[in-house]
Design a protein around this ligand. Structure first.
Ligand code: AMP
Length: 198
């Protein structure tokens, strides 16, 4: 799969372990070196700031997408060549989705989880065929991935849709999964109808 740009969702905080920020920096550098553009939330704070800074330092393309309200609170990353200021959180997500060929989540909080889950949901509905995955640094997402297995075992998530959710323990491995990803024709509505008959 050709990846021109990847959208990365991550915390506006740095998190409790230095490894999180380190991974954000590693991913920023890796994307720049591979000439893959970065689309992110446009903030200068936490994981986001480190990710964007590292990509810029390595000469990468970085596009920030930030709602006006957050921009006015002075949390925007100054000096981005491309900062798109939008009217709302909804508009932001739509534009981020439009710009990117895949979606990654790095450690983060509610915002990060909400953003990646929306992309996963759109994927299982067949609204896009792009790779989505978690960078499971220091086991941060391991409990969440276990919940997803539980959701699958309990019949609320199709095993095929579960298999579309990528995860890896380092940026290089996750990027490789994105590059070799082949979209699965998986329609949640059809699966739900099939469950009715079983
Ligand atoms: P959280 O994981 O709760 O820290 O939220 C991070 C996600 O929400 C990011 O991917 C951003 O899209 C958005 N976000 C939250 N806070 C900010 C902020 N101060 N500046 C820019 N984006 C933010």
């Amino acid at each position: 799969m050709i990846l021109k740009r990847i959208c990365v969702f991550c915390g506006s905080s740095p998190g409790a372990r230095p490894g999180y920020v380190q991974a954000a920096r590693e991913l920023g550098t890796l994307l720049a070196r591979r000439k893959i553009g970065l689309v992110f939330g446009g903030g200068r704070v936490g994981m986001m700031g480190h990710l964007a800074q590292a990509a810029l330092e390595s000469g990468g393309e970085v596009i920030g997408v930030i709602p006006r309200e957050l921009c006015e609170k002075k949390v925007a990353f100054a000096g981005l060549s491309d900062l798109r200021v939008v009217a709302s959180m909804h508009e932001r997500k739509a534009l981020m989705a439009e710009l990117a060929d895949g979606f990654m989540a790095l450690p983060g909080g509610l915002g990060t989880l909400e953003e990646i889950f929306e992309m996963l949901t759109w994927g299982q509905l067949g609204l896009h065929q792009r790779p989505c995955g978690f960078l499971d640094i220091a086991g941060y997402f391991t409990p969440l991935l276990a919940v997803l297995d539980h959701v699958t075992e309990q019949g609320f998530l199709d095993a095929l849709h579960r298999s579309m959710i990528l995860s890896a323990e380092n940026p290089e491995a996750l990027l490789q999964q994105f590059e070799t990803y082949s979209p699965v024709a998986a329609d949640k509505a059809e699966w739900a109808l099939g469950m009715m008959d079983s």
